[in-house]
Design a protein around this ligand. Structure first.
Ligand code: 5GP
Length: 171
């Protein structure tokens, strides 16, 4: 099954010069959606994953079904002020300015095996921040799985060399 043919590329979204990879065209096709989720589940089998962590918002769309299929827990990472309980925060640099992500402090217990699942790897800034949050709480990031990876940005080499990173579709 060629997953890439279901990704729609939209030029100049959300701003000039960006070729946005739209995953909604894949998600709306039941066979392709299931194949994508099953492929990630297959990559994670035998890794004893306790929880899957998914960043807002598209990380929820893939992370939650992956966790469900494995019988693992799911933990959301959100923008500041969205989670009701006590949170741990991590700030990271963007091209212009900073961004902050939050996770519930009690979401991860020390020693847990954690997989990060997200839709797309671009610069790796989001994933690096999520990994730092997990590690701050004592979790072990045993795998990072994406639907799409923008290989030409070299995030795997430059930001995520400490982690086992895989993707299903590459640009
Ligand atoms: P990074 O932090 O690696 O630079 O950016 C990755 C994050 O931005 C992911 O959480 C992803 O949802 C979002 N993102 C950036 N570009 C795209 C894109 O072209 N398509 C989609 N679907 N998400 C993107």
């Amino acid at each position: 099954m060629n997953l890439k043919e279901k990704i729609r590329e939209i030029e100049n979204f959300p701003k000039e010069g960006i070729s946005f990879k739209d995953i909604t065209t894949l998600l709306k096709d039941g066979d392709y959606f299931r194949y994508a989720v099953d492929s990630i589940v297959n990559n994670l089998k035998d890794k004893n994953i306790d929880v899957v962590v998914g960043p807002e918002a598209r990380g929820f769309l893939l992370g939650a079904p992956v966790a469900y299929a494995m019988g693992a827990g799911f933990v959301p990472v959100r923008k500041p002020g969205k989670l009701p309980g006590e949170t741990e925060a991590f700030s990271y640099d963007l091209e212009y300015g900073v961004d902050t992500l939050e996770m519930h402090k009690d979401a991860i217990e020390p020693g847990m095996n954690v997989a990060i699942v997200d839709d797309l790897l671009a610069t790796g800034g989001t994933t690096k921040a999520v990994a730092k949050l997990i590690e701050k709480l004592g979790g072990k990031v045993v795998a990072v799985e994406y639907l799409i990876e923008l290989e030409f940005l070299e995030a795997k080499e430059q930001k995520l060399s400490d982690y086992e990173v895989r993707s299903l579709i590459k640009y």
